[in-house]
Write a protein that binds this ligand. Structure first.
Ligand code: PLP
Length: 426
């Protein structure tokens, strides 16, 4: 064996997986079982007391899911990961370890519409207060910090317009405030951006999108960078204080640089329960094997489509960071040199009615609420994903009435352009 570190494409195929030791199966088996037999009573007790690692019950961990966790941790450059049932479940589990009722977290205003809802309404009922900041104005994050701030949450490539966030600048604010930076890396995937390399402490994903990549399985994942010191100032009692459910152990002291991933598993997933089905883990693992190939094609197609739209007379503007004229192009060159992703927006001269009409005329593009499928997708955010926002908030979050969002798939780009051409022209 050479001592060369494996490259990204090699990790995407191999990280975390070995041939099955009992059967020799080369693909990772689906361990479709709820529970696992203990060796003896001492073994059982040590598993329950967190003195030994091993399988107990699939709500807490499963061998198929474990391969997925190791693989995504390797691709993101983290110390450990935890797979959960959806991207939203990942967000709940992460913040449950960090916030007590009455605490605050700062979130970028440009986010997935579902996250805006979750943060504004569901989290409020837990006593967790979101404070919004503008990712294009770094000082707005600094101004939002208070003694109750426990985390900062941003997207690397942000919904819906595919804008690029200055992760390093915001990580400096987080460091100064003594709070972890959480980056939702769903739209970039680690193939385009690895937020930990730029100062993120925690990475979350909706695996439902580009990582799974085929529009067939929900999933989410939390990656621990292992970079944050949870013991400072008693701000994070879930990690620094003795845990009564585990004979008084302190997670940070016992698990060091993967304590956060452990907390998410043994306090979050165990008690809240959003476990990922091993079948979905298998589907997502299979998707990840081709992530580098798919992601490059997604980006190359997206750039071609964005260039076509930018030259079309019915189009008022295109927001795609991969275009040299785009206001995020400088940040795209720095953070995502392989491509600026495949989700972006454009606006039509005909406004709201033209947006609705375009969506109805497209044939190859599917009209639905998802991104990161092999198939190309279209949606009109103002009447769907972002419809709960008032008009001013819609515009601020990049989902004004004339805006159409595309998620570009891996079909032939000529076919995608022809479909848009007929729908725009007709
Ligand atoms: C889809 C999505 C989520 C939510 O993930 P689910 O798997 O649908 O729960 C969160 N963030 C981003 C950026 C997303 O695209």
């Amino acid at each position: 064996m050479s001592d060369r570190l494996p490259g990204f494409s090699t990790l995407a195929v191999h990280a975390g997986a070995q041939p099955d030791p009992t059967t020799g199966a080369r693909a990772t088996p689906i361990y479709q079982t709820t529970s696992f037999v203990f060796n003896d009573a001492d073994h059982a007790a040590s598993l329950f007391g967190l003195q030994a690692f091993g399988n107990i019950y699939t709500r807490i961990g499963n061998p198929t899911n474990a391969v997925l966790e190791e693989r995504v941790a390797a691709l993101e450059g983290g110390t450990a990961a935890l797979a959960v049932a959806s991207g939203h479940a990942a967000q709940v589990v992460v913040l449950q370890q960090l916030l007590q009722p009455g605490d605050e977290f700062i979130a970028a205003r440009k986010l997935y519409g579902g996250s805006i809802n979750q943060f504004t309404h569901a989290f409020k009922s837990f006593g967790w207060n979101v404070v919004w900041a503008d990712p294009d104005d770094i000082a707005s994050f600094e101004r939002a910090v208070t003694p109750r701030t426990k985390a900062i949450f941003i997207e690397s490539i942000a919904n819906p317009a595919g804008s690029i966030t200055d992760i390093e600048a915001i990580s400096t604010v987080a460091r100064k405030a003594g709070v972890p930076l959480i980056v939702d890396n769903t739209l970039a995937s680690p193939y385009l951006i690895r937020p930990i390399d730029h100062g993120a402490d925690i990475v979350v994903h909706s695996l439902t999108k580009f990582l799974g990549g085929h529009g067939n399985s929900l999933g989410g994942i939390i990656v621990d960078a292992g970079t944050f010191d949870w013991s400072t100032g008693g701000k994070y009692p879930m990690l620094s204080e003795p845990r009564p459910e585990y004979h008084g152990i302190r997670l940070q002291e016992t698990f060091g640089n993967f304590a956060f991933a452990i907390a998410c598993r043994v306090l979050g997933l165990r008690d809240l329960g959003p476990a990922l089905s091993p079948f979905n883990a298998f589907m997502i693992l299979t998707g990840i094997e081709t992530l580098p190939l798919r992601m490059q094609k997604h980006c190359d197609n997206a750039k071609a489509v964005a260039e076509f739209l930018a030259g079309h007379p019915a189009v008022a503007s295109v927001s795609y960071a991969g275009l040299p004229s785009d206001k995020y192009n400088q940040l795209a060159r720095k953070y995502a040199p392989r491509g600026a992703g495949a989700v972006f927006t454009f606006s039509l001269k005909g406004g709201y009615d033209a947006g609705v009409s375009l969506v109805s005329k497209l044939q190859l593009f599917s009209h639905l609420a998802n991104v990161g499928d092999t198939r190309s997708l279209v949606i009109h955010p103002a009447s769907t994903t972002h419809s709960q926002l008032d008009d001013a908030a819609k515009v601020k979050s990049g989902a004004g009435p004339d805006v159409v969002r595309l998620s570009i798939g891996i079909e032939d780009k000529e076919d995608l352009i022809a479909d848009l051409e007929q729908a725009l022209g007709a």
